[in-house]
Design a protein around this ligand. Sequence first.
Ligand code: ADP
Ligand code: MG
Length: 397
Amino acid sequence: MDIHEYQAKEILAGYGVPVPRGGLAYSPEQAAYRAREIGGNKWVVKAQVHTGGRGKAGGVKLCGNEHEVYDAADEMFGKRLVTHQSGPEGKIVYRVYVEGAVHILKEIYLGFVLDRKTERVMVVASAAGGMEIEDIAADKPDTLIRSVVEPAVGMQAFQAREIAFGLGIPGEHVQKAVSLIMGCYKALESLDANMVEINPLVITEEGVIALDAKMTFDDNALFRHPSIAELRDKSQEDSRETRAADRGLSYVGLTGNIGCIVNGAGLAMATMDMIKLAGGEPANFLDIGGGATPDRVAKAFRLVMSDDNVQAILVNIFAGINRCDWVAEGIVQALEKNPVHVPLVVRLAGTHVEEGRRILARSGLPIIRANTLAEAAERAVQAWKNDVNLKQPKAVA
Ligand code: ADP
Ligand code: MG
């Protein structure tokens, strides 16, 4: 789960990480009021959306008086902010954060991630801040510092000092940087975060301060942290995925055109692999779960068909707890209510498979049947190709 910058800053501040004074606003009036509350004579208005790269997309504005703060906020509210990280749909701005502007001497990158290779938390840092980590890795790989945390002992002060020295933090600020680094690690560890990113961490006359903050959390551990789970902002999530989750389905939208309806996450992954192997691209990952009722199958169909890119559907059910006859009934119900105009391939195996196949045959629906997973994937890709060729206008000779 992702959270907003202002939420991450509030959490990290609780672990001793210095952040600028700021306040949240839901209206331009409130933004101007926040600026007055914060004091000083320069502020930054920042769109709160679940994506990075806001600065370059007009989501971070420096302001010299309250009117400018009002106008900057007014401009941002309701806007669909499209950044190079947000995808083409962008994210709509419903909240802005107003912050005292900081005089920056130097920008630094600091990230904490889970490194799969070492199975440890790894600190990634670079003195070439103010750019995305991908660009640093591509353009200035020699500036990258990597430091792996030993889980038995956690982040050690000497290790944080090494990172601070490696980043060229001035001697008088090293101790502050060390406590900032240790604070970030402590937050990540105690709250089951997957990632903490401070980009930029800046050096000022007075010390070090986190100007941006990003945290993501392990969904499977959220039950241990109700106060974190409360920070979820559904307005920032893929509405298809949220809708699916609310209906007991696990859905991840992808960019291909073969829609998948599968029971079990492992089988769903295997089905996607087989589609690729057969020369197609899956439009989604969808796990309808065990014990799927006809109603849930019908919902799954509606969800998959709501994606305009879908040009063929593959249903792959290996029923253990599930029942093929229920799934078949769900398919028939869904198609009777909302007929699909793309090829549909169905592979059923397992509990009550004979009855399931009978239901499909009796329905008279134009379903392409398959017996094995490989066959199903090949038929889906073949049917999709034929169908697209058929629908394409023929070139005039
Ligand atoms: P994003 O990463 O989404 O572009 P940031 O919060 O990193 O958003 O802001 C982009 C840039 O704006 C920063 O690199 C920094 O230069 C500047 N900035 C952000 N917050 C402040 C602040 N409080 N004071 C001064 N400059 C800021
Ligand atoms: Mg940033």
